[in-house]
Write a protein that binds this ligand. Structure first.
Ligand SMILES: O=C(O)CCC(=O)C(=O)O
Ligand SMILES: [Fe+2]
Length: 367
């Protein structure tokens, strides 16, 4: 039944509690966004303001050849400046990227009751969660996004617990497997630059946990008033993101001395076959690198023309991992900008609050 969009508590129940999501609102045939989705003016995104981020994609296949050092430098430089870059020839089959996008559209196209069984409160698995917005109970304005997330620590668990609906489990597992070598290579380069050698004994401390999300941003009648995702940085180590041809991922150029457009929002261009890589808070490495690598603030604009999907893999330490700036880095810097903490405490703080730019890092900052 169509919700009464004027009554905010019945709208909330329809979207969040009953699992209809934003998709349900759009399917009910609205011509303007309901009030709870209208962002305060400071958070609204003016499309005309965002210029394209012109940095060319990095060819990862060259890491294995004579141009290794040059490519490694490009990766380090990107991590130290924008905190975002794109890669091509990354080893994930292009056909699989197409299947992932199609699967995401198929899954969110299912009737609400088939998706609602994975809502956190009723999900048959603690690894699998279907939801909408980010932390709807805490947000002043809701985000125009539905998602399903699938946590991964080992293959058996994933095979048994991930949803088989629309082949979600199979394509997401393939995505994880075929991207693992690339993640290792990127981490290897970024760690080597900090003086840390990555091997089988320490890699889990950095990427022992992974999560594949499928994000769905339905068409929005008033893109200028809403956000798909509000300003945030990712909390983990490295994020690998597949976006489609719609666009709308905006990144804030950090306040650093030698880059044009600082403090401005730039849009990450859509490059067919490319994957977007970004640095998360841990890696900001911010923490492990003592702030040398940047976990950039980003957000997503909605559009009125077509629904958009994106499929990130979030890599992070396991919940029980202690995290602090690396001794090799402290020795060089002579000062530590972050205290030691348990990763589960950082996660609780991150998921316990609405998106608020880079405030998440305050949890660990030493002032
Ligand atoms: O959809 C996108 O392009 C980005 C999504 C994002 O930032 C996130 O899920 O953390
Ligand atoms: Fe993000």
């Amino acid at each position: 039944m169509a919700p009464s969009l004027d009554d905010e508590s019945s709208l909330f129940n329809f979207v969040v509690r009953d699992g209809n999501g934003v998709k349900g609102i759009v399917d009910s045939g609205i011509s303007k966004v309901p009030r709870p989705y209208i962002q305060p003016p400071a958070e609204q995104i003016n499309k005309k303001n965002a210029s394209k981020c012109e940095i060319p994609p990095i060819d990862l296949s060259k890491l294995d050849g004579p141009e290794h050092d040059e490519v490694a430098n490009q990766i380090v430089r990107a991590a130290e400046t924008l905190g975002f870059f794109q890669v091509v020839n990354h080893g994930v089959p292009i056909q699989l990227l197409d299947s992932l996008k199609q699967t995401a559209h198929n899954f969110f196209g299912l009737p609400a009751e088939r998706k609602a069984v994975y809502r956190k409160e009723v999900s048959p698995s603690p690894l699998v969660k279907y939801g909408t917005s980010f932390v709807p109970e805490k947000e002043k304005a809701l985000e125009w996004k539905d998602y399903i997330s699938m946590g991964y620590t080992n293959e058996n668990e994933a095979l048994q617990q991930w949803p088989m609906e629309c082949r979600c489990r199979d394509v997401a597992l393939q995505y994880l497997k075929t991207s693992h070598e690339m993640v290792k290579k990127l981490l290897d380069v970024l760690m080597a630059n900090l003086g840390v050698e990555l091997d089988d004994s320490n890699i889990d401390a950095f990427i022992g946990k992974k999560m594949v999300n499928m994000n769905f941003y339905p068409t929005c009648p008033n893109p200028e008033l809403t956000v798909g995702v509000g300003r945030h940085s990712d909390m983990g180590t490295l994020t690998i993101l597949l976006q489609d041809g719609i666009g709308g991922l905006h990144v804030k150029v950090p306040e650093i001395i030698d880059m044009e457009k600082k403090e401005e929002w730039v849009e990450i261009p859509r490059i067919p076959g490319a994957l977007v890589i970004n640095i998360g808070d841990m890696l900001q490495f911010q923490i492990w690198s003592n702030g040398r690598y940047k976990s950039a603030e980003h957000r997503v604009r909605t559009t009125s023309t077509k629904s958009r999907v994106s499929i990130p893999i979030f890599t992070s330490p396991r919940a029980t991992q202690k995290v602090a700036p690396l001794p090799q880095v402290i020795e060089k810097d002579g000062i530590s900008h972050y205290r030691e903490f348990l990763f589960s405490d950082y996660m609780n703080s991150f998921f316990g609050n609405a998106h608020d730019g880079k405030k998440s890092l305050d949890f660990a900052k030493i002032n």
